[in-house]
Ligand binder design. Structure first.
Ligand code: UD1
Length: 433
């Protein structure tokens, strides 16, 4: 099994090029099968979640050609199945966007029910509410969600909770519905806006994405497009946190600074200097004493839950008492025990982490419970004194392209070793003794 091996304590310094946003790409790929015509999507991150979703649409018959590592040409004309294997939903939750896409295109879809996951129960009642409002009948049988409609009709939908997934699924289903659909209380995340922009470039008529009300005037047909995925705000935020935690100086390049504001505001709060450029953001933390702060995760433009573990790691090294309140998912502090083994003073009370800053973390063997927590524990290892071994890195590879290479290029001492490789393990043990 591959693991990360880190010798910590080195400030990270340099420039990191940020990839396309995984969560945007996960919505754009299903959108591509809403038309028979070819759709080219560029700036796709080369991460396992995206590659699995491309496999999933190929499994239902779409033609998928990789033009290069970050570009795919997708042809929906060959789709010949409305039913996605359980295998995919069990590996990649976002394959449930095929429900919205297949329902929108063929008025019929069958996808296995996504279960809960390590970060929480994650119900899909709002997705179902949206599909039913558009006129679909939904049957939940044998773990399958079966959606069917004679026709989809524009309607008024009010979401009871702000849900990225439900907003995206309804956008996909409603783009070609008959008449006007109004979504109230939608998610405003950058990837929701990116999906609306791509659909509009295919001929859809969607207004208001990124605001409190989205208005979709259904069109009969969508057509081909060439579209570039927006930069990944979470990947960028993760590298900024790595710069802050190691008291370094890191610039993230190819980003939209506006999407990073809730993250950079917190870094400024704790004493880091932030410099914004047109398409880059720099965090300067060398020599600075980090101060405590209080963070609450919220839907965009609030502080993202996907940055919560990385922020918590930085706060373990900030003077005084900080709190991190998780208001989106109920089980997102699984990493706290691992951090405590590295010397962090972190206590979880209900949905809040109480963190008392320490001067140093100490290297340890830790296990990633999920994608973002895995990235956070890696940051902790980079900031810690001594050696850290991070297992469960397959979670990190779901969402970060070349994570360890990018970190190495800004000065991290990190390598990926297969623990069955005795020679590599011996070499590492020697370097760490
Ligand atoms: C998406 C992101 C994920 C991020 C999350 C919150 C993708 C592929 N994933 O996940 O990385 O952490 O947004 O920013 O983009 N809820 C319901 N009923 C529903 C749907 C959601 O109660 O039908 C609840 C969820 O349990 C959660 C909250 O709403 O408490 C937000 O979930 P949602 O925005 O739907 O998250 P995802 O789309 O699953």
């Amino acid at each position: 099994m591959e693991q990360y091996f880190i010798r910590g304590g080195k400030p990270l310094r340099g420039v990191v090029d940020i990839c396309g946003a995984k969560n945007a790409a996960l919505a754009l790929i299903p959108a591509a099968i809403l038309t028979d015509e070819p759709v080219i999507i560029s700036n796709l991150p080369d991460v396992s979640d995206i590659n699995l979703l491309l496999d999933a649409i190929a499994q239902i018959g779409a033609t998928v050609e990789r033009i290069d590592r970050h570009t795919a040409r997708i042809i929906g004309a060959t789709v010949n199945s409305y039913s996605l294997n359980y295998e995919y939903i069990s590996k990649i939750r976002a394959s449930y966007y095929l429900l919205g896409a297949l329902l929108g295109r063929f008025h019929k879809a069958e996808v296995a029910m996504p279960g809960g996951c390590v970060i929480g129960a994650r119900p899909i009642d709002q997705h179902i509410k949206g599909f039913e409002a558009l006129g679909a009948s939904i049957d939940l049988e044998d773990g399958q969600i079966k959606a069917q409609a004679d026709e989809l009709k524009g309607t008024h939908i009010y979401f009871d909770v702000v849900s990225v997934g439900a907003t995206i699924n309804v956008l996909l289903a409603a783009a070609m519905a008959d008449g006007i659909t109004i979504i109230e209380n939608p998610a405003k995340e950058p990837h929701v806006v990116d999906l609306a922009n791509m659909l509009n470039s295919m001929g859809a008529r969607i207004r208001g994405a990124g605001t409190d009300v989205i208005r979709i005037s259904g069109v009969q047909k969508l057509h081909s497009t060439e579209y570039t995925v927006i930069p990944d705000q979470i990947e960028a935020g993760t590298f900024l946190m790595a710069g802050a935690a190691t008291r370094g100086d890191v610039t993230v390049n190819n980003v939209i600074p506006k999407h990073l504001e809730s993250i950079t505001a917190k870094l400024e709060d704790i004493g880091c200097e932030i410099v914004e450029y047109d398409e880059a953001v720099r965090v300067i933390a060398d020599g600075c004493i980090l101060k405590n702060t209080h963070v609450k995760t919220l839907p965009y433009p609030g502080f993202p839950t996907d940055m919560q573990p990385q922020m918590a790691v930085v706060l373990t090294l900030a003077e005084g008492m900080s709190t991190v309140k998780e208001s989106i998912f109920e089980n997102r502090f699984k990493y706290a025990g691992e951090l405590a083994r590295m010397g962090a003073k972190i206590k979880i009370e209900s949905n809040t982490a109480m963190i008392t800053g320490v001067r140093k973390l100490k290297g340890a063997q830790v296990e990633s419970p999920d994608l973002r927590a895995g990235a956070a524990l890696t940051i902790a290892g980079l900031a810690a004194e001594g050696c850290t071994q991070v297992s469960g890195i397959q979670f990190i590879q779901r969402g970060y392209e070349n994570f360890e290479d990018k970190l190495r290029r800004i000065g991290a001492d990190i390598c990926k070793i297969d623990t069955d490789d005795e020679a590599a393990m011996d070499d590492y043990r020697q370097r760490c003794s």
